[in-house]
Design a protein around this ligand. Sequence first.
Ligand code: GCU
Length: 674
Amino acid sequence: GLWLDYTKIKDKVVLEGYRSQLQGIYLEEGGATLKVIGEELTMGLGTLLDTNLKFNALGGDGNMLIVSKYMNLPKNLTEKMEVDDLKKEGYIIKNVDMEGGSHVVITARDDIGLLYGTFHFLRLLQMHKPLKNLEIVESPKVDIRMLNHWDNLDRTIERGYSGFSIWNWQTLPDYIDQRYIDYARANASVGINGTAVTSVNANALILTPHYLEKVKALADVFRPYGLKVYLTARFSAPIEIGGLKTADPLDAKVIQWWKNKADEIYSIIPDFGGFLVKANSEGQPGPQNYGRTHLDGANLLADALAPHNGVVMWRAFVYSEHDPTDRAKQAYNEFVPDDGKYRENVLIQVKNGPIDFQPREPFHPMFGAMPNTPLMMEFQITKEYLGFATHLVYLPKLFEEVLKSDTYRKGKGSLVAKVIDGSLNHKKLTGMAGVSNIGTDFNWTGHPFGQADWYGFGRLAWNPYMDSKDIADEWLRCTFTNDEHFVGPVKKMMMESREAVVNYMDPLGLHHIFDTGHHYGPGPWVDNLSRPEWNPVYYHKADSLGIGFDRTKTGSDALFQYAPEVQKMFTDLETCPEEYLLWFHHVPWDYRLKNGRTLWDGLGIKYQKGVDQVREMIATWEQMKPYVDDLRYKQVTMLLNIQLKEAKWWRDACMLYFQTFSKMDFPKEMEAPE
Ligand code: GCU
């Protein structure tokens, strides 16, 4: 059901109000998208209102829901509507009183806008909102709003914690699992309009005719829901599946091969979105294998896709052992000098922070630093570094923090969100990607609250200025209940959960101290991996004097990659927010924090606070039993208990290990290690 579980409205007053407002539906006739709108309304209103609403012609008596594109509405309706602000995929929901009835009109410029408007309308009912004085005008602020699946063709999922891949390649293209349809519905309901179905590390097989037929079947299912398919393009594909001797981006045969491949894909999937590429990163092949650059590689693929209006999403997640000083600096150094030289259909896809999806990172310094190139955001919805699908951590809070960070690239107020929606530098092409947390688990995302991260990602991709608290409110009401006794406390719990995980895993700017490989649980002591930048000791740099990574001029100087105002703020210990202290500074154990306590005490207090916060989450959830079905109540209870056990594990492991350097006693606020 996800958040589309349209259960019958129990509140009699609300129900009767809706029934009298919605006495019939007028739905414009049309193609596949109009058909799915009809199905969604039949199902949604049918169950919410427990009635079978009739689809009628316009002009009869009664209060109607009218769903029609603007250009097809009768004049006496359009003259009451202002559509100047309505963009592609956008919609208006408005009350219009006319002879014969008082109507709710959903209108748009295109079919997909009508579908998005329909989902918004259904959400109003799910949230028991009044249907009076509606003046909703919504258009997406970001063009490409997509999921990145890290799914392999054997159905394992890299960093997937909710079962196997929902793509059953064996039975495709002939068998269409209902999950594919529900997946498309769920995405459309939050405005997600793209999906890359294979992992950035996947092999090139997905580009062979055998698999393209299967991808076509998925694309056909997704199309009515406005969801475009993208594929990962392994840079060495011309060798692996094309029989060429090289994948050099400047080689004429390679150029022709990619052109032919793009033509072939579009002949099978005419609205194919484009390629997502991981190149010269973590051992993946790329243009640098041939002495070329990311620019050469990205432009090669862009030229192949351009005749079909496809785009290339070239990832900036690059680091290597070759820069021993600081892995955080490499992406900026490799991409920023080529700003403005990328083809118009290239987006550089940048992770939210400069390392790798940590519980907290400062924003990536590339945001705002490439004014002449579209940069798209890559968030991770699957919780690789935040306790997998076991810990309850509400990610939209993290996403919001990043989007609202100020790059200062064009003075105060140059928010990351403005880079992403293109408004900072008037970009034509914009995008946001989220690494999916979806799998075959009964509840899709492993942890029942993981659904909120998928939901919230979609809402923020639509509007990166949204408040994560409002998103939590929507999700809770649609997924569980409108009962304020539930919504209030659980929303509070969700909003605090992100800071809790930072406190019990990576307080005060610590990062990447996870046990290596799987990234679950603490491993700050690990120092024996083949590449230095894979070892946690590389990041915390604890020694007898102190702890933290000096990224100021006396250290790696990664700070030079930020705008001067940001550099200044992070460099100066007086102004550096304590959340980022150990990210940017190596600080003595007896350094005094703003509250007067030593750094060592402060660390212990934060770790303890994280544990206490999980205890509070448990206490909150225990009160929720009357409002939740037994299954989800039990599941969340069990998971929270594991979370508590593991929060203590983090606290104890990290503090005992760091104590071998600090040689100081634990602060009195900290419980004795278990
Ligand atoms: C992380 C993650 C990998 C992933 C990589 C990427 O390093 O651990 O599994 O492949 O990010 O984003 O490419």
